[in-house]
Design a binder for this molecule. Structure first.
Ligand SMILES: Cc1cc2nc3c(=O)[nH]c(=O)nc-3n(C[C@H](O)[C@H](O)[C@H](O)COP(=O)(O)OP(=O)(O)OC[C@H]3O[C@@H](n4cnc5c(N)ncnc54)[C@H](O)[C@@H]3O)c2cc1C
Length: 511
């Protein structure tokens, strides 16, 4: 079978390595191999391993599933949580077998604690460079397989016939004439869409491409209103994410007066679920005329910070800050897309021939709020499950009721999308705090824009961002309640009528 994998992050690399044992595999990626969000992951991978068991530390897969369910605010599919948390041991063993060097203490795997986890179960590498180490190992391993790697190759479209996906259309990094790669199966592993927002922790390539391609082709998509904002990104131009693990180790948040404001908000204080911490920071910033809050890690000491978080330590210094000596300014930023292409627990989408794994997919694992360090795990586990199911590429039977919506046509000759304006609109209207009026105004504004697909990869990315932005706003308007990452001031309470995924499909069905 010929398998085209789109994406070179943890999900795509793992899929390609696993699939190459039985199939002809082409891996297409728009940057150089390994260039991805995965590469930037810091905190680690959540997993319950027998090998890591410690006397006096109670942990189990059931506890990990329970934490995932609680964080997801009633929208996590238990079966997805059981499959992913339960699949962790095998997936992590593969990563280790392929050369990933997780940090160890006295020969045993070191375990970190992160927000909303009931036990320390976060494997990390090089302190705070977990993603870089995993991607390094996977790229090295991939190079030993017969996979045909096509770097700087951008997928612009899925090739479909009567609703069956049979390949992709690609252009080179500089644009140019499209060519077709035919396939028996296409696996989307294209990651998230942080570039929808003015403030994000994601790299520039996170432009929602795979989601937009799948939506246009008629795949069912779910939970698009659920975008997680990370509470703590360094509040300087180009500032990096400051991992939850720093708060897990004891750093605290303070307002402009030095008051530790999270203590009065949630019993877990700084380690409350991400949405709670992020919204409270945004509220406090509002009261301080937008001035960032401070992350105070000074009690951890210079030696510990440099050893446990060497990358962050170096980056703080590069921005002229000594976080061991004084609190550093932080702000929330768009971080992780819980929504995506709806799949079953083997990565099958509703379109025959199309699979999706990693952040581009919505398996139902994250619900309304992702538990920290569950996404690298999901990428690795779902890639394995997807490859095991490639021989049975029937479309997943869809037993929900996806809401039909009109996919806007591309408008030749239209004004190019102003990406900064799109990002500002999304930040204001579909960010941490939403309301019907602002969302409706954003929907009208975005509906008025066209897309000049002029053949450059940037213009395709703009087109994809516009498609996804419209869909996020549509979904945020439809969910008339507040839950997890989705907070509406006009519907501030959770409503049992919305104890379900909102799923969407293009009007008229698949192409
Ligand atoms: C700063 C930061 C820190 C994080 N820390 C953690 C953490 O500690 N633990 C955790 O579990 N999660 C963490 N996350 C989230 C996690 O890193 C991502 O969810 C995960 O890496 C996504 O992996 P992926 O393989 O699905 O996608 P990605 O790693 O984003 O890879 C997508 C790939 O698809 C390619 N691609 C996209 N579009 C196209 C196209 N049109 N044509 C061809 N190729 C395309 C991209 O170039 C890229 O190679 C973090 C995220 C960020 C931003």
């Amino acid at each position: 079978m010929r398998v085209v994998v789109v994406g070179g992050g943890i999900a795509g690399l793992t899929t390609a390595i696993e699939a190459s044992e039985h199939h002809d595999v082409v891996l297409v990626t728009k940057g150089s191999l390994g260039e991805s969000t995965s590469q930037h992951a810091q905190g680690g991978v959540a997993v319950v391993l027998d090998e890591a068991a410690r006397p006096g530390v109670e942990d189990s897969v059931a506890a990990h599933v329970g934490d995932t369910l609680s964080a997801g605010a009633g929208l996590v599919d238990r079966a997805a949580a059981e499959a992913v948390c339960g699949g962790g041991v095998a997936a992590i063993s593969d990563l280790v077998r392929w050369g990933t060097r997780f940090d160890r203490v006295e020969g045993r795997l070191a375990l970190g604690l992160e927000a909303a986890h009931s036990a320390p179960r976060i494997l990390h590498a090089d302190g705070d460079a977990t993603g870089a180490e995993i991607v390094r190992a996977l790229v090295t391993r991939l190079r030993t397989t017969p996979v045909d790697v096509q770097e700087r190759t951008f997928v612009t479209d899925l090739v479909t016939s009567d609703g069956v996906v049979g390949g992709v259309t690609v252009v080179g990094a500089g644009g140019g004439l499209p060519r077709t790669l035919t396939a028996d199966v296409v696996v989307l592993a294209t990651g998230g869409a942080g570039q929808l927002y003015a403030h994000t922790t994601n790299p520039v390539g996170a432009t929602g491409d795979g989601l937009a391609l799948a939506m246009r082709a008629g795949a069912v998509v779910s939970d698009l209103e659920m975008y997680q904002f990370h509470p703590t990104r360094l509040a300087v131009p180009g500032g990096e994410l400051i991992s939850e693990a720093v708060r897990g180790e004891g750093a605290v948040l303070r307002d402009a007066r030095g008051h530790r404001f999270m203590r009065g908000v949630h019993p877990d204080a700084e380690l409350a679920p991400r949405d709670v911490v992020a919204r409270e920071i945004a509220r406090v910033m509002g009261e301080q005329d937008g001035e960032p809050v401070r992350l105070d890690a000074t009690a951890l000491g210079a030696e510990f910070l440099a050893r446990r978080f060497p990358g962050l330590d170096a980056r703080c210094r590069a921005h002229g800050m000594r976080w061991d000596e004084e609190p550093v300014p932080v702000t929330p930023a768009a971080h992780y897309f819980m929504g995506g292409v709806r799949t079953d627990l083997d990565g099958r989408t509703t379109l025959p021939g199309l699979y999706a794994v990693g952040e581009v997919a919505c398996t139902g694992l994250h619900g309304a709020n992702r538990l920290a360090s569950n996404s690298l795990l999901e990428g690795a586990v779902m890639a394995r499950r997807c490859v095991a199911a490639l021989d049975t590429p029937a479309a997943v039977p869809w037993d929900g009721e996806p809401i039909p919506y009109a996919v806007a046509p591309r408008v030749p000759g239209a004004e190019p999308v102003d990406r900064s304006r799109l990002q500002a609109t999304m930040w204001t209207a579909a960010g941490l705090v939403r309301d019907g009026e602002t969302l409706s105004a954003a929907a009208a504004e975005l509906a008025g824009w066209g897309v000049a697909a002029d053949g450059t990869t940037e213009s395709y990315e703009d087109a994809h961002l516009l498609d996804v932005a419209r869909a996020v706003v549509m979904a945020a308007l439809a969910r008339e309640e507040s839950r997890g990452a989705h907070f509406r001031t006009d519907y501030p309470a959770r409503d049992a009528a919305f104890d379900r995924h909102l799923s969407w499909v293009r009007k008229g069905g698949p192409l």
